[in-house]
Design a protein around this ligand. Structure first.
Ligand SMILES: Cc1cc2nc3c(=O)[nH]c(=O)nc-3n(C[C@H](O)[C@H](O)[C@H](O)COP(=O)(O)OP(=O)(O)OC[C@H]3O[C@@H](n4cnc5c(N)ncnc54)[C@H](O)[C@@H]3O)c2cc1C
Length: 426
């Protein structure tokens, strides 16, 4: 058993505003629901359940927000991964439901930030940027679709020639601004939601690695220091998940994504490269994303690594990408460099379902999880209350299990991603 790990040394960990420490599980607990994993999925599920009056234990092997939730780009983006697969399975009639689900997380987050006074630098303003003519055509189609869904006040196609003034680079051909999307400090959001859950009575335990779940009419969740007996269990370990291998191995694979943070820019420098303070994401499958932090650092992320291994130097591997887009930042000191694991599902459809009638799971948002984790927390809470409608939107979609995925899965995903990289080049 490995010792619990601290938050990774990121910009977020250095600027977290909540020092709560939750004691490891010691002894026996008896609750309605035991949630395993203290990222957005687990915390959002626990908080939703607590708001509805359930008794909940939340077990995290390291610290709350230790995984992808406390390390990500902080981009709050509508939609979800796997929409094509979902549409393929259900047909066009599901499109309205997917659209609603794709923005439901935004409402949950905004509601919680206001209700629980969570300081997490939540701001609205986001832009997709196109690198190829094909992507410009996609932008036009998205724009038309969003307008037809009543978002014409929130979206805008950026005119050619206007773009350089908005993000200080001539690297892109066009942009689609969506002011319903935005950005935030993910670790402070996760810690704030955990604090709200604890205040509502959720029994949170950090440093508590779950090693086994004993199935039964009342499953027992086992960790070295204690056991939780519950009516329901929710698995929320995402890319770090290892439990229930008989049902879940070979379905989700960890991919590394990496972020560097510069020293703070001056007000003039920030105004020259991002006067509207937008979060920005390119439209490649293997993409770059960037935004300014609240203290005006350039947080620049991307470079997915499907081998599951971290590069020897994150800074050295990310810096050329940053400089290609923003040569004017070439002399800025890099003060932070970190990475985390994204849970990739081969067909990109989030993995929601049950391994037993009272053991649920929600994971695998393929890098698009700030909003979806919050929706899924609500979907998990609904399922525990006996309403499966929204869970089945995802659970009914078949997933191909990669045999011996623990050994070969990442190589296969890497080969699949080679295809997407080639597609990006066309
Ligand atoms: C670098 C990076 C950048 C990203 N950028 C964005 C972005 O800008 N926008 C966006 O929408 N998405 C982004 N994502 C994806 C997003 O962060 C994830 O989809 C989301 O955070 C997943 O949340 P989660 O709670 O399911 O998983 P995690 O946050 O990874 O949490 C899982 C937790 O489960 C715990 N755990 C696992 N097994 C056990 C066990 N046996 N016992 C106890 N605890 C256990 C782990 O320790 C971990 O803390 C990014 C991801 C990364 C890595």
């Amino acid at each position: 058993m490995t010792a619990p790990q601290p938050h990774c040394p990121s910009y977020y960990a250095a600027t977290r505003n909540d020092d709560s420490v939750y004691a490891p599980l010691a002894g026996e607990e008896r609750v309605d629901v035991c949630v395993i994993g203290g990222g957005f999925t687990g915390v959002a599920t626990a908080l939703t359940l607590a708001e509805r009056g359930y008794r909940v234990s939340l077990l995290e092997q390291n610290r709350i927000g230790w995984g992808a939730s406390g390390r990500n780009g902080g981009q709050l983006i509508g939609g979800m991964s796997g929409e094509r697969g979902l549409l393929g399975h259900w047909g066009p009639a599901i499109a309205d439901t997917l659209f609603e689900l794709g923005y439901r997380g935004h409402d949950i987050i905004a509601g919680r930030v206001a209700k629980y006074a969570i300081e997490c630098d939540l701001k609205y303003g986001y832009m997709d940027v196109a690198l190829r003519p094909r992507q410009l055509r996609d932008q036009q189609a998205w724009y038309d679709d969003l307008c037809s869904r009543g978002m014409e006040q929130q979206v805008r196609l950026v005119q050619p020639g206007e773009l350089a003034g908005l993000i200080g680079t001539d690297r892109y051909l066009g942009g689609l601004i969506n002011n319903r999307n935005g950005h935030l400090h993910p670790l402070n959001l996760c810690l704030g939601e955990a604090r709200a859950a604890a205040a509502l009575g959720v029994s949170i335990h950090e440093g508590t690695a779950v090693t086994e779940i004993v199935h039964g009419s009342r499953p027992v969740v086992v960790s070295p220091g204690g056991r939780v007996t519950a009516d329901f269990v929710v698995l929320a370990g995402n890319a770090y998940h290892r439990l229930e291998p008989k049902s879940l191995s070979g379905l989700i694979f960890p991919a590394g994504s990496f972020i560097i943070g510069t020293e703070p820019l001056s007000e003039d420098e920030a105004a020259a490269i991002n006067p509207l303070d937008l979060a920005v994401c390119d439209q490649n499958e293997v993409l770059d994303y960037f935004r300014l932090s609240a203290d005006r650092r350039m947080l620049f992320g991307g470079r997915c690594n499907y081998s599951g291994r971290e590069p020897r130097s994150i800074e050295a591997s990310m810096l050329p990408r940053l400089r290609r887009i923003f040569p004017q930042l070439a002399d800025k000191r890099i003060e932070y460099a970190w990475g985390g694991k994204i849970g990739i599902v081969p067909n990109r459809v989030p993995l929601l379902g049950r391994v037993d009638h009272n053991i649920f799971y929600s994971m695998g948002y393929s890098g698009h999880g700030v909003n979806m984790t919050h929706v899924c927390g609500e979907i998990m809470a609904d399922a525990i209350a006996g309403t499966f409608e929204r869970m089945d939107v995802f659970a009914a979609v078949p997933h191909r299990r990669i045999p011996m995925g623990q050994w070969f899965g990442n190589q296969l995903v890497a080969m699949g991603m080679l295809y997407y990289r080639l597609k990006d080049m066309l």
